[in-house]
Design a protein around this ligand. Structure first.
Ligand code: GDP
Ligand code: GDP
Length: 434
């Protein structure tokens, strides 16, 4: 389970620059959650061998100073609620502002590691100027320059040192299912229907969400933990914020689960926000079941379901091997089918194929359809194995791995899916030198 780090601070202090520097170090997993006034970014990175997620809580905001103020409060509240550590970024060029002081005041009360990053320290004059940020009462600060990267190493060293230990042991625990989706899709109704009563209570105290999000489920021979995103409702006036919070909850729940039950409203379709959540789950290599809820509300003809499904699968490309369950929480149609399917996906994800069996199935196929020659050279695949990772990853050993291109990797992935059933599970295929 990887930790979450939030970057907060006034607009223009350099948060996005810093974020991009962090994320570019690795294959970027960036999701922009576009709001009316800003973009927010979420990505994964690592430092000194520790993996963590980063949320850049906001770019620029249009509007007057009090809009800024309200915005910053929300950023900080979000960071306090969701993150394991907070980077508070300020700008040496402008010096300490009233808004910095407000944020500092909120952060001084927080029971989480807070790192004060004084950005745009491009030269020694500015290094001297940075001293004034002691006045924020947050102690030691880190002088950095996000554009050049100077000082960021020291900041990251201290940051990862302060992150909680990775405690997630995937095998020892019960399966973890996250019920995710946009507000009003029917997540709470679904969970209540499963549990059979309204004992679904989650406290709404900032900072306690991590402990509160699990509900144990044990009925009809199934036992698992439900990782919640539904029960917690922010008291927000603005629709956009509600959506944003729901995305943030999803991010957290997705990171902590084995299988995501993505709930969508059939009357709204597989729209942008559902897709965001779907791809987040896919990029985090989690199992996925898509639940098309409120199926009772649609006028149906003979081919309605088939056509509906075909449209969704087109949007899912290239990851189309995902179970889709049409359900209605209201009429209780197929809600247990949803759980059964999630259990199947969980089993697919934890499946381990014996090396002998894998080679027996795959090598003849590869022989019949070898990778195309590249620059006159032939790739010879000699051997393959599943890696001992929590989710399915396969290594194919060959003489010239650099010549194996994406279409062939997809061919191999599809064959693995045909032979062994990885429905709902992202599968990684690597070619390595032997
Ligand atoms: P955000 O609104 O906090 O996300 O800020 P941005 O990352 O968009 O940066 C605002 C401006 O500050 C941009 O013009 C950046 O190029 C500039 N900037 C960011 N980091 C540095 C830095 O280390 N030194 C200097 N001189 N400018 C920087
Ligand atoms: P959440 O925000 O995702 O937790 O959504 P809720 O569970 O609060 O449901 C939002 C609304 O949709 C409520 O008014 C539910 O009664 C309604 N709803 C949930 N599932 C169904 C369904 O299968 N059919 C219909 N017609 N309404 C549903």
């Amino acid at each position: 389970m990887s930790s979450i780090v939030a970057i907060v601070g006034r607009p223009n202090v350099g948060k996005s620059t810093f974020f991009n520097r962090l994320i570019q170090r690795r294959e970027a997993i960036v999701d922009s959650v576009s709001g009316v006034t800003r973009d927010r970014h979420y990505g994964k990175t690592d430092w000194n061998g520790r993996n963590f997620s980063v949320i850049d809580t906001g770019g620029y905001v249009l509007g007057s100073d009090d809009v800024f103020e309200a915005e910053i409060d929300k950023q900080v509240e979000l960071a306090i609620g969701e993150a394991d550590a907070i980077i508070f970024m300020v700008d040496v060029e402008t010096g300490v502002t009233a808004m910095d002081e407000d944020v500092a005041q909120l952060l001084r009360k927080v029971n989480k590691p807070v790192f004060l990053a004084v950005n745009k320290v491009d030269n020694s004059k500015r290094l001297e100027n940075a001293v004034e940020f002691y006045s924020l009462g947050l102690g030691e600060y880190f002088p950095i320059a996000s554009t050049s990267g100077s000082g960021t190493g020291e900041l990251l060293d201290a940051l990862v040192e302060a992150l909680p230990e990775d405690t997630y042991q995937e095998e020892a625990e019960l399966p973890r299912f996250a019920v995710v989706g946009r507000p009003n899709a029917g997540k709470s109704s679904f969970i209540n229907a499963l549990i059979g009563e309204d004992r679904y209570i989650v406290t709404d105290v900032a900072g306690t969400t991590r402990d509160a999000i699990d509900t144990r489920y044990n009925r009809f021979g199934f036992e698992f933990n439900l990782v919640d995103t539904a029960g917690i409702r922010k008291k927000s006036k603005v629709k956009e914020d509600l959506e944003f919070y729901s995305v943030m909850r999803s991010v957290r729940a997705i990171e902590h689960c084995d299988v995501c039950l993505v709930v969508m409203d059939a009357t709204r379709g597989f729209d942008g926000q559902v897709q965001n959540i779907f791809w987040l789950a896919q990029r985090n290599r989690k199992g996925i079941v898509l639940l098309v809820n409120k199926w009772d509300l649609l006028e149906k003809e003979t081919n309605t379901m088939k056509e509906y499904e075909a449209n969704i699968r087109r949007e899912m490309e290239p990851f189309t091997d995902v179970p889709i369950v049409f359900m209605s929480v209201l009429t209780k149609q197929r809600i247990f089918k949803a759980i059964e399917t999630a259990v199947e996906v969980y089993n697919n994800r934890s499946k381990k194929i014996k090396t002998s069996e894998l080679n027996e199935e795959m090598l003849p196929l590869i022989e019949a359809y070898p990778p195309p020659a590249y620059k006159g050279k032939y790739v010879k695949i000699k051997f393959c194995m599943q890696l001992p990772t929590p989710q399915p990853q396969f290594a194919f050993f060959c003489n010239l791995p650099q010549y194996v291109k994406d279409p062939y990797k997809r061919f191999i992935e599809n064959k693995l899916r045909e032979k062994f059933d990885f429905s709902g599970v992202p599968v990684s295929v690597y070619f390595r030198k032997k």
